[in-house]
Write a protein that binds this ligand. Sequence first.
Ligand code: HEM
Length: 426
Amino acid sequence: MVPKRGTWKYFEKLSHQYGPIVKVRMAGNDFVVLSHPSDVEELASGYEEMQYKESLRLLVDLVKSPAEFYKHCARFPASLVFSLTYGKGLGDDGKDLAEVQSIFTTFIRDVGPGAHLVDTFPVLDLLPDFLSPWRAEARQKHKWELEVYGRLALTVKARMGKDSEMECFVARLWEQQEKLNLSNEEIYYSKRSFFAGSAFAAGTDPATLTLLWFVVAMALYPETAKKAQQEIDSVFESDVLPSFSRMKDLPYCSALVKEVFRWRPAAPLSIPHYTDADDEYKGYKSSSKSIQILKGTTVIGCVWNMHHNEEDFPNSYTFNPERYLSKASDTGDIAESLTEGHYGFGFGRRKCPGQHMAAKSEWIAMVRILWGFNIERRMDAAGNIMDIDIEDCTPGLTARPKEFPVNFVPRSAAHIETIMLNEGRI
Ligand code: HEM
């Protein structure tokens, strides 16, 4: 029985007894407790090389087919998380990407507030199966998810047979399967832990959207883009690809990345959380001023409102990296500071576990794009600048701008040469 008080002390004892990864059962649910930062940040170790490789691939894609930038922005984070989870980048035929993306798009649509009538009227859930088509549909979708993630995880297992040194998150789970008493399904996909499928689904979509909002911002605020480019040019000339090594010399760029997270958060409602016990807010339980949160209520932490609070962020609708330049960092670490001063990664206990790796990935992608390209508004046949409607998003829990008209123009032949030369080396 897991004690309700001092649970962490109990977990400490378990970790001394059984090691850094332990599975426990609480209130009918399985939990996996990770005690070693290297397990939580498994996805962290050695990821800079992958970030370089995948952001270079993004630049190459933008040189080769700039009009398809929407697709390239989706591939970049997906391939990164894919490598960390399954030990290899996405296949070039686009099949892996299309499949996992469609799972996530369906998930986002389904968990949006009011997506199903049963979310609004939970009593409908008592109806038998034949009157509850949404239940059969949900089971069907889950089966399909398991099939996709299962296939990927089994491929890792097969590769481990040939390469015993293979390092990736799923390989580590297979190694520990017996010790942790994990079922195959738990390795494929588990909502309760940072496991394969869930990390992939949670990691790729918001990272793509953040990159797309960056492109929109650079097209709408060319003066800001120019300032960032001047800063980059003072550090990296056209024959050197930007790297993390000079991060501290690019404060304006880091502020710009933070401003993208704030200006258009990828998950403006964060992820709604379901309460499994009655709760109260600010010490009140039932007075006219209080908000009573009954068991079964969905709580939405509205990141959008937090980011558009004029007191904290004056002229909040304007994209303005300078607002972050004057703010001191809590930690003093530039990479970590990318996740401070906004709620783009959620808050509290459920804050995004991939935040540091994700923020750095966005940084390298954005800095490298600005180094190599100008992002320009497209003209129509009559020579007028085409409209970008930033309120025109696809429906769902995450904010995805509909395809918008911009051109990626390489800044010089020397920049292109550097990109292609580096590609040839890997
Ligand atoms: C720019 C990129 C990203 C953004 C903006 C982002 C944002 C978020 C947000 C807002 C949440 C919900 C937090 C909450 O419930 O309050 C979340 C959860 C999560 N994120 Fe991220 N994320 C990003 C990238 C990643 C990456 C790269 C990974 C994995 C490698 C990842 C893994 C997860 C997981 C597993 C959860 C679920 C945590 C839970 O339910 O306990 N995320 N993320």
